[in-house]
Design a protein around this ligand. Structure first.
Ligand SMILES: *Cc1c(COP(=O)(O)O)cnc(C)c1O
Length: 427
């Protein structure tokens, strides 16, 4: 079959039932798989043959869904994780050890910032955070001899800064390391970071991919294009024998297309075990089947809400990459020509207090520690997801104390705007 378009991939990629087989991806809710002989199972353990033996490592339901996400991103291999946090951690830890260093955009999800700046720092991995709009010199100066990766978000949650993927990829490659991009907010429907030079893409599938607030999950996709062997000294975990896995050298045995994801599965998933349940992968797949229909509606509603807020006398400022005049509009036109995401951030005049009054006045939109699902919801990050940050760290992450993050669902826009209007009247 010729290369399918994204909408068709949302329905069909990753699973093609044979004659008389279930049309839906079956939920293989089983921890283990049966074999006739120990030799047969031994060949799987040696990675001599592919097959299933224990769901912590691989499960058919999970693999079909991962293959769909892989196709949507245009990658060479992919895996699911039990959360976006696990995907962020694995994506970096798969190529970094104690004593290594990573350059990261400072405009990233609060949970990722904590993971990097606190937890992974305790593991001996150092991060340098750079503003996504830093100069070439600042970006270049952030690298060290022990730098192993560059990390950024296509559209930062919640700052809504758009990453100049090409520029960050160029800097990463000039220093012999891959660019890892968190593509959660854009989804492959609106941006495919591999086309712009990114090497690894990760997702919190909890957001638009699931799309209905059903299941927490994550995914890691490899482009298969980064040449680990050209920088073999930097990536010994991929280019020298893994003594914990029968002396396998991942790049030799699985090629550039398979080395990174096989290592993350055979080593990290084996030891750390953040596997999603097959049931959750099934829910994720139901969401993926309509991703291409939902994303345009999220974007359309977000643009309308952003324009409404921009023209409202009680609103101090609005950030939405799709809004003409937004600081990231030019980058959005380049990387996200069909729409960016359904999330708008803004400040109500009167700061933190006014933000709280506004939020309490909403009826349709619920206050939820969530974004990017079918129902409109709203959050005040400074008092919730980002509350561990001081004012300087908040500013670096692009989160002001009055910032309200509004996640537009796929309801009728008239009802959403009337809810916003009513709540603003009370401020
Ligand atoms: C939510 C989110 C994460 C974390 O994902 P979980 O599924 O909640 O673990 C990571 N990155 C971005 C951009 C997110 O929005």
């Amino acid at each position: 079959m010729s290369q399918q378009r994204p909408g068709t991939q949302c329905l069909h990629a990753g699973y093609r039932p044979g004659n008389g087989e279930p049309r839906n991806i079956p939920i293989i809710q089983s921890t283990t798989f049966r074999y006739e002989t120990s030799e047969a199972m031994g060949r799987l353990f040696d990675l001599e043959e592919s097959g299933y033996f224990y769901t912590r490592l691989q499960n058919p339901t999970n693999d079909h869904v991962a293959a769909k996400i892989c196709a949507l991103e245009g990658g060479s291999a992919a895996m699911l994780t039990s959360s976006g946090q696990a995907a962020s951690f694995y994506s970096v830890f798969n190529i970094c050890s104690c004593g290594d260093h990573v350059v990261s955009s400072s405009a990233i999800y609060g949970g990722t910032y904590n993971l990097f700046a606190v937890t992974m720092k305790r593991m001996g991995i150092d991060f340098t955070f750079v503003s996504p709009d830093c100069t070439e010199e600042e970006l270049s100066a952030a690298f060290r001899p022990n730098t192993k990766a560059v990390f950024g978000e296509t559209i930062a949650n919640p700052a809504l800064a758009v990453l100049d993927i090409e520029r960050f990829a160029r800097a990463a490659h000039a220093h012999g390391v891959p660019l890892i991009v968190d593509n959660t907010f854009a989804t492959p429907i609106n941006c495919r970071p591999f086309a712009w030079g990114a090497d690894i893409v990760i997702h919190s599938t909890t957001k638009y991919m699931d799309g209905h607030a059903n299941a927490v999950g994550g995914a890691i996709v490899d482009s298969g294009k980064f040449d680990w062997t050209a920088h073999a000294d930097k990536f010994p975990g991929l280019t020298t024998p893994d003594e914990s896995y029968h002396g396998i050298t991942y790049t030799e045995k699985f090629g550039l297309e398979g080395a990174y994801i096989t290592k993350a599965t055979a080593q990290l998933m084996r030891d750390l075990g953040s596997i999603p349940s097959p049931q959750n992968a099934y829910y994720l797949n139901i969401g993926l089947e309509t991703l291409h229909l939902r994303m345009p509606r999220h974007c359309q509603n977000a643009l309308a809400a952003a324009q409404f807020l921009q023209n409202h006398p009680k609103v101090a400022w609005v950030r939405y990459p799709g809004l003409p005049g937004d600081p990231c509009h030019a980058l959005a036109e380049k990387y996200l020509p069909h729409g960016s995401c359904g999330v708008v951030s803004f400040g109500v005049k009167g700061g933190r207090k006014a933000a709280e009054t506004f939020m309490a006045g909403l009826e349709l939109a619920s206050i939820a520690t969530h974004v990017a699902d079918a129902k409109t919801c709203v959050l005040h990050p400074a008092s919730s997801t980002h509350r561990q940050m001081n004012d300087a760290e908040l500013a670096a992450a692009g989160v002001s104390p009055d910032l309200i993050r509004l996640s537009l669902g796929i309801e009728d826009i008239e009802d959403i705007l009337s809810d916003l209007e009513t709540a603003l009247e009370r401020v």
